[in-house]
Write a protein that binds this ligand. Structure first.
Ligand code: GAR
Length: 193
């Protein structure tokens, strides 16, 4: 059996998806690094307390190119093979995406291609949709535009609010992301790229 694929998880906030990915780490993948553009992110504190390797740097003051160069160096230093964005709320540059082509995945709280970007739940409710959900996709230069690897649906109920829907979708995210990431690393499609 081959060694677990070394995954870095990138977070900007509370990191609940990161925790679900960490809980499911094992045969398929290992969390080699948790990285954040927000040194104060709650998810980062949890990762440190859990004994995971971490990288924290704000682009503020140094600029995006220097920040991404430092991030890239940390990822390579940790022998990372695949990057999983988990509530990472900063756009990666085209250069960075190109350097990690086919090796970056993201979880997005909508049924892509619907509702790319922000405020997905409010937009789904306002549109009168009766189903919402989440998607795991490959990251490309196009925002939330890469190939969809897996989705989970969540019903929108009468009187739903964006917050209530977000909470139910988040529970679905916690199920979906570890499953899809495990399948993605087992298939190893990026190795051919
Ligand atoms: C999650 O709902 C995730 O899908 C979303 O941010 C939340 C992060 O929560 N991501 C995006 O909107 C990316 N465009 P978490 O920090 O608890 O995982």
């Amino acid at each position: 059996m081959s060694a677990p694929v070394r995954v870095a998880v990138l977070v900007s906030g509370r990191g609940s998806n990161m925790r679900s990915l960490a809980a499911a780490a094992g045969e398929a993948y290992a969390i080699a690094l948790v990285a954040s553009d927000k040194p104060e992110a709650a998810g980062l504190a949890w990762a440190r307390e859990s004994g995971l390797a971490t990288f924290a740097r704000s682009p503020r003051g140094i600029g995006k190119p220097a920040y991404e160069a430092a991030l890239d160096a940390a990822l390579r230093e940790a022998s990372v093979e695949v990057i999983a964005l988990a509530g990472y709320m900063r756009l990666l540059s085209d250069d960075f995406v190109a350097r990690w082509r086919g090796r970056i995945v993201n979880i997005h709280p909508s049924l892509l291609p619907k509702y790319k970007g922000l405020d997905t739940h409010a937009r789904a409710i306002a549109a009168g949709d009766d189903v919402a959900g989440c998607s795991v996709h490959v990251v490309t230069e196009e925002l939330d535009g890469g190939a969809v690897l897996g989705q989970a649906e969540v019903s929108i109920v009468p009187g739903d609010t964006p917050d209530a829907l977000a909470e139910r979708v988040l529970a679905a995210e916690h199920q979906l992301y570890p499953e899809v990431l495990a399948r993605f690393v087992r298939e190893g499609a990026w190795r051919e790229g």
